[in-house]
Design a protein around this ligand. Structure first.
Ligand SMILES: Cc1cc2nc3c(=O)[nH]c(=O)nc-3n(C[C@H](O)[C@H](O)[C@H](O)COP(=O)(O)OP(=O)(O)OC[C@H]3O[C@@H](n4cnc5c(N)ncnc54)[C@H](O)[C@@H]3O)c2cc1C
Length: 358
């Protein structure tokens, strides 16, 4: 039996563990964060992602932890309706809730928190724990996120670049604010482009809001919650009253600034006995809303080939051949969505939905 180590307990690492559990394949996960540290944002998950999630989480339980959004409504920053589209089974859930649900089937002895796995400086291609001891595994599944240290070490020529967009994301519990929005996904766009304010209802008393901004036009030098609050109050002061009132009434306890990066070119998804899944294999910009679905598909397909194939290399090769073309489509769609976002609204022409479909 192959000894499997999974690095990272985000969406991809935990969904991988769920699939391995289903096939009764042994594994161990090492996760850098402490178990209780679950800071983060939330996800829009299209129907396909829900189908993959339903294979590892009871759908009834899943649906209690988020909400289906009925339609997408796009407004100008002053509140003029620009477009509206019905959403076909797009689900919104906080990262915290999804991680919690995915962790439920993992027994505590199979996951070690608060420990990093990093590349060895001395032994090429080997991975070690932060205490210096080497990882002893036949297969290492790396799911340590978009800035994967292991990927950067194995593929030294890779080039990461900052995307011309940052996001301020906040999740607030406030029944009064949540009551003011239907189960819709609402997004306000500045007429001149490069600045949006989006609102998603996660439950009867919780909403997620976010601001996407062109980081060449809007600069944030310090990401403390006080500074982010100041930025939001200043920049959105004269926007539609729904936006400015949400910004004023929000607590800023959970606010976070995300800087978005992408790979200039994808690397191979594996090297020797190390294979990458999720953002570690292929960072996707938030505009695609496909990060979670892609992570879920990666773990499902990799498990399928690990079960079917006799050789690890064949399993990895088939996994990469199946996943890479679809990821390339999402990367291209993401770039189109980014370019649209940077344009004034009267020049935006393509698909209005902030979701990449293959
Ligand atoms: C602002 C924002 C909005 C987004 N919105 C959406 C959306 O609406 N829909 C959607 O589908 N996707 C969205 N995404 C993308 C989505 O968050 C990612 O695609 C998804 O979380 C990828 O999961 P992952 O498990 O691959 O990586 P991560 O979630 O980054 O998990 C990596 C894990 O590895 C751990 N780790 C890191 N280094 C080490 C190490 N050396 N050793 C051990 N553990 C380590 C980390 O602590 C973390 O737990 C968004 C992303 C951002 C930034």
């Amino acid at each position: 039996m192959n000894k499997i180590v999974v690095v990272g307990a985000g969406i991809s690492g935990l969904s991988m563990a769920n699939h391995l559990e289903k096939h009764k394949i042994d594994y161990h996960i090492y996760e850098r964060r402490k178990k209780e540290d679950l800071a983060g944002h939330g996800f829009l998950i299209p129907q396909e992602g829900i189908e993959y999630l339903s294979q590892i989480i009871d759908p009834a339980v899943l649906f209690e932890h988020g909400s289906f959004l009925k339609k997408y409504v796009q407004y100008s920053h002053t509140g003029k309706k620009l477009a509206e589209k019905d959403l076909n089974k797009v689900f919104a859930i906080s990262r915290h809730a999804l991680i919690h649900l995915l962790s439920r089937n993992i027994s505590p002895e199979k996951i070690t928190y608060n420990t990093s796995v990093i590349p060895s400086d001395t032994e090429k291609g080997k991975l070690k724990h932060s205490d210096g001891s080497y990882i002893d595994a036949d297969i290492t599944i790396v799911s340590d996120g978009s800035k994967s240290r292991i990927r950067r070490c194995l593929f030294k020529d890779e080039k990461m670049r900052q995307v011309q967009e940052n996001e301020v994301v906040n999740i607030i519990q406030n029944e009064e604010i949540a009551a003011t929005i239907e189960n819709d996904f609402i997004k306000f766009h500045h007429d001149q482009g490069g600045l949006t304010f989006g609102i998603l209802k996660l439950s009867h008393d919780t909403i997620l809001w976010y601001s996407q901004f062109d980081n060449e036009k809007y600069k944030i030098n310090e990401c403390s919650s006080d500074n982010l609050k100041k930025y939001m109050l200043e920049v959105f002061a004269d926007w539609d009253p729904l936006v400015s009132s949400i910004i004023q009434k929000s607590s800023y306890e959970n606010v976070h600034l995300w800087c978005v990066y992408e790979l200039e070119e994808l690397n191979p998804f594996y090297k020797d006995n190390i294979v990458f899944i999720g953002d570690a294999a292929h960072p996707l910009i938030p505009f695609t809303s496909q990060g979670v679905t892609s992570a879920l598909k990666d773990s499902y397909i990799l498990t399928k080939y690990l079960v079917e194939e006799h050789s690890i290399t064949d399993a990895f090769r088939k996994y990469e051949a199946e996943r890479k073309p679809e990821i390339e489509t999402h990367i291209n769609n993401g770039r189109i969505l980014l370019n649209q976002f940077l344009l004034p609204t009267d020049q935006q022409t393509d698909n209005i939905l902030p979701i990449s479909y293959k």
